[in-house]
Design a protein around this ligand. Sequence first.
Ligand SMILES: C[S@@+](CC[C@H](N)C(=O)[O-])C[C@H]1O[C@@H](n2cnc3c(N)ncnc32)[C@H](O)[C@@H]1O
Length: 302
Amino acid sequence: MNTFWSKNIFGIDSLKTIRDFRFNIRFSELYLQVLPIQRGMKLLDLGCGPGSFTRCVYDWFQGDLQVEGLDLDDGYINFCTEIAARDHYNIAYTVGDACNTSFSNESFEITTSYTVAQHVEDLSFFKEQYRILKHGGYIVVMDVGGYSENIASQLEVIPISQEEFNVLLALKIVDEQNNIIKAKRHNKNRKSDYMTMNLLNDMGFTDILHQKIKIFGSPDNPQSDDFSRLIINNFYSHYIDLAISILNNDNNSDDIKHLANIYIDLVNERKAKRIEMYENNKKLWDSIETDVNIIIAKKGFI
Ligand SMILES: C[S@@+](CC[C@H](N)C(=O)[O-])C[C@H]1O[C@@H](n2cnc3c(N)ncnc32)[C@H](O)[C@@H]1O
C-alpha cells in the first residue's frame, strides 16, 4: 500500500482544505470561462489527491459530468472513495500511475491535473494523456501561478509566541534532515509554462492556450459562514502540515514527535483565537490570493 504522499508530504485534511477553497463553487464561473468542460463530458483528473477538484467540478455541473480520479497514493484514493459514498458523488477513483494507466485508448473527452506535472516525468505523463484522450478532446494542465497570504493584521493581534517559533525552528531542522522527504517534496520536474506548451506542441496537441485565474478570499468578506471558516482553516493548514509529516515519519524519535504535537497545539491555539475574533465580528481583513495557471491543448484530428 502506497501512502507516501498522504503521510509525508501533504496530509489529507490540509490538502483538502486548501483545495476546497481554491476550487470552491464561488469561483466556478471564473474557471468555466476558461476550461473547455461541457455537461455530460467524461473527465479524468490525474493525481487527484484527496479529490477536491473531482468533487468541485462535479458540483459545478450539478452532477451532469462523468468524473473519474486517479492517484498513486492509496491513502488519498481510499479517502476519496469514502467521501464519494458518504456524500453521494457518482465519481470513480482508481489507484494507479498517471504516466502508465490501464485506461483504453480514447477513453476521455478531457484530462485534468492540478500541481502534478512537476512531480512526474512529464513526457510520459502527457503522452499517456494523449493516448487516453478521444480525438478532439482536451488536456488541462493546472498549477499554482502565485500565492500570497496577507496575514500581517492577524499577526499583530495574534502573534506567534516565542515558544511556537522555537519549536518550529527545531522541526524545520528535523525536516531538513529527513532527506528523502525533502528530495521528493522538491518540484524537480518543474518546467516553465513556455516549455510545457512547447512539449505539448511537439507531441501533436493543437490549439494550445495559456490562461490565468485569480482566486481571492478573506474571512471578513460578507459571505457564507462556512466559506469564512474554510478560509481561516486554510491559513493554519500550511503550518500544521510540516508537523504531520514529522509525526508520520517512523525514523523520528518519540521526543521529536512530542515536539510536533506541541507545535500542532500551539498553532491550534492561534487558530482558536482567530475563530473567536471572527465570531465576535472583529474584522482583520487577512486574506489569501492565488493565481491558477492553466494550460489547455486539444488532441486534434489527424
Ligand atoms: C501536489 S499533490 C496535488 C494533488 C491534487 N491534484 C490536489 O491539487 O489536491 C500531487 C499529487 O500527485 C500524485 N502523484 C505523484 N506522482 C504520481 C503518479 N506517477 N501517478 C499518479 N499520481 C501521482 C500524488 O500522490 C499527489 O496526490
